[in-house]
Each structure stands twice: as C-alpha cells, then as structure tokens.
Ligand binder design. Sequence first.
Ligand SMILES: *[C@@H]1O[C@H](CO)[C@@H](O)[C@H](O)[C@H]1NC(C)=O
Ligand SMILES: *[C@@H]1O[C@H](CO)[C@@H](O)[C@H](O)[C@H]1NC(C)=O
Ligand SMILES: *[C@@H]1O[C@H](CO)[C@@H](O)[C@H](O)[C@H]1NC(C)=O
Ligand SMILES: *[C@@H]1O[C@H](CO)[C@@H](O)[C@H](O)[C@H]1NC(C)=O
Length: 378
Amino acid sequence: MSVYSQTIVVCVALMIAAVGFYLQTIVRLYEIAGFGRQIKQINTNNCNVEFPRKLQGCEDILVFNVDTNPSILLGCSHDINQRRKWFPPISHQNSTIPGVIRDHFYVYNIEERSVVKLKMKGFPKTSDLVLHGFDLVANGNEHLLYAVNHKRQGNGSVIEKFSLQENVLTYLTTFDGNDNRLVNTPNAITVVDHRTDSFYVTNDHYYNHEPAHDVESLLLRPWSHVAFHSKSDGFKIVEDGLTYANGIAKYENKLFVVQSSLGELSVYDVHQDNNLTFVKKISFDYILDNIRLTGGDAYIAGHLSLNAMGKYFKNPNVKSPSAVAKLSIQEIINGNPVPEYVFSDNTGLMNSSTVAVSHSNILFISGLMSRGMLRCEL
Ligand SMILES: *[C@@H]1O[C@H](CO)[C@@H](O)[C@H](O)[C@H]1NC(C)=O
Ligand SMILES: *[C@@H]1O[C@H](CO)[C@@H](O)[C@H](O)[C@H]1NC(C)=O
Ligand SMILES: *[C@@H]1O[C@H](CO)[C@@H](O)[C@H](O)[C@H]1NC(C)=O
Ligand SMILES: *[C@@H]1O[C@H](CO)[C@@H](O)[C@H](O)[C@H]1NC(C)=O
C-alpha cells in the first residue's frame, strides 16, 4: 500500500473506533437513564410507609446507636412544596420564599416504630436550614453531626456542625467552602475525625446557578469533585474530573464515591495525608444517589427512570421508580462484584429513592421528595 492509502486506512479505522466508542457510551447512558426499561417488583411485599405526614423529603438517613437503641437519623424537608421552589441541587432556585426555611432532623426508633423531631439550640435565627447529605459520629455520650445546608443567605451552600445529645441539636460552627468554588455545591459527607473536623464532601457541580448548572448536568460535564476538609488546612480538592459526584462513604482506608449520571461507584485508597488514589470502579445500570454502609454491606439507592425522576422532582404527585442495590463491602474492596438489586419498585411505594439503610433484615428507604420512610421486612 502507498503511504497515502495507508493513511486513509488508518483514518477510517480511527473513525470507526471513535464512532464505536461514542455508540458504546450512548448505549450505556441510555441504559442508565432507563429508557424502555422493564421494571420488576423486588422485595415489595412486606413494606410499610412510616410517618408519611412527618417524614417528608428526607433525602438522607443513617442508622446509629446500633448496639444500644437502634435508631435512624433523618434530615427532612419542612415542606416539600417549598422544596419545589428552593432546592438548588435540582435546579429549583426561586428564592422568593418569605422568612427562613427550616428543615428538621428526626430520630426514628426502629424497635418502637416511634419518631421524635429534634430540638435545635443556638442556630442563627436569620439563617435557612435546607438539608441534603450528612454524617454522624459518636463522641462519648454525644454525637457530632455534619450536615450540608443549601441556605439562601451569605455566600451560598455550607456545612453545619452540631452536637446531638438527648434529642437536642446544639449548633457548633459552619464550614464555608464557597471561596474559589472549592465547595459551592456540597452534596454528601463522610467524617474522618471530628476532633480535627476532618471530612470528605462531594461537590456535585462546578456551577451552582442556573442556567449553567443545568447545562453542566445535561452535557454530563466532568466538573464535579471531592474535597477534604480539616481544621488546620480548610478545604482542598482531592479528586476532580468527576461527573455528578454524589454519595460518599469511607470504610477503613478506602473511600467509595458515587457518580450519579454515569452509574458508577469508584473506589479509592486513602493515604496518610488524606489524598486519594483511584483503585477501580463498579458499573450499575441506573442513576445512583447515596451510598450507606450498614452490617458489612453497601446500600446504593437510586432512580430507574431519568424521565420520571425529572417530572417527579417538579411535581411530587406523580410516581417515579426506585431501586436499591446491595453489595458486600469486602467484595467491593477485594472482588469484582455484580450489583444485586435488593429492592425495586414502580408502584409509588417509594418514588425516586435517594438513600437506603438496613438493620437486622429490615430495609429503610427514603427520598428527596417522598412522603414517609419506607420500611421493608426482607
Ligand atoms: C418565584 O416565585 C414567585 C412567588 O410564587 C413567583 O411570583 C415568581 O414568578 C417565581 N419566579 C420565577 C422565576 O419562577
Ligand atoms: C463569605 O466568605 C468570606 C470568605 O470566605 C467570609 O469571610 C465571610 O464571612 C462569608 N460571609 C458570610 C455571610 O458567611
Ligand atoms: C496531596 O495533595 C496535595 C494537593 O491537594 C498536594 O499538595 C500534596 O503534595 C499531595 N501529597 C502527596 C503525598 O502526594
Ligand atoms: C409516590 O407517588 C405516588 C403518586 O403520586 C403517591 O401516591 C405515593 O404516595 C408516593 N409515595 C411516597 C412514599 O411518597
């Protein structure tokens, strides 16, 4: 072959490879978005919606006091109709709600099936509290709570720290990472050490304002990152180039980070200086949200239909299918696990689940716009 025809062959081959690559990516994104998906009912027979009037829009939940008095901490919306106007992560950015918005934390007692609203002490009266992801750690007879707050005042979204003792949350301090967009779109948190205020936080977008925020989502731009915070050094970016980083959880010296719209869970090694090294990723076939680790397993809740999710976030009176996958933590670290659905629903038992936890064979599922927490005996 002449050099000329060789060049043509190489060019054609590269073009075919490129088209193949993009086709593969498109097919994969189509699968994750759930177009044409057949949705099965899985483990939906023994489920009950707990406290549908109180536990509304609890985007994140976690299990604590496992050995003494198994309980669930929930961060819930004060009014999901207000959330339809103001919840900047899903592009609800009409800030005209009068007064302050005050979301609430609740504690649900797993054995008694009772719920209490936590009292709040010392929180600035002029500040909103618009809840998203959070994490809780024990410290003697108190717990420390780090929670994302998408408040309308000041520089933008921040992370609040509280002490939790006997159903009272006492406000301690605020971490503001808005400078240089280090943390301007916080989503979920995993605490490393409360004594040094060390935690990882996912920052799900680069732009926090419309319309750029939406364009960034639609074009799947990899402008999301994970930041690490410590009292001595403030915030630093420890992993960037992510597409919609969402749920995050630390386990020993590993960090798990979810990329929602790619349907991927990434695993990192955590070093002494809290920097990260990418180890591997695990692929799922739906839009992932939060990850929670309970009883040796990871539970990853998410959305089975991009189309239904979009409609539901605008109007919580339509239904949107939910799914939860379960993977063993050891398999995530050492093996090559295939995600197993532990819950799937297309009947509105839970709409667009954002989080799931488990305790002694009971699965608890909640969502950003849902009315009630779902309790399913497996
Ligand atoms: C925001 O909400 C107010 C009050 O409901 C409404 O009058 C206004 O048109 C809304 N703004 C936008 C941009 O949708
Ligand atoms: C906004 O950020 C600046 C710089 O980090 C800080 O000094 C200031 O206190 C913040 N403003 C508010 C209202 O939180
Ligand atoms: C950890 O990351 C910071 C930047 O975020 C960098 O300055 C530092 O050198 C890194 N440490 C190591 C051991 O690579
Ligand atoms: C899910 O949506 C359906 C349809 O709007 C509604 O009837 C149901 O109560 C919702 N479920 C929850 C848990 O919010």
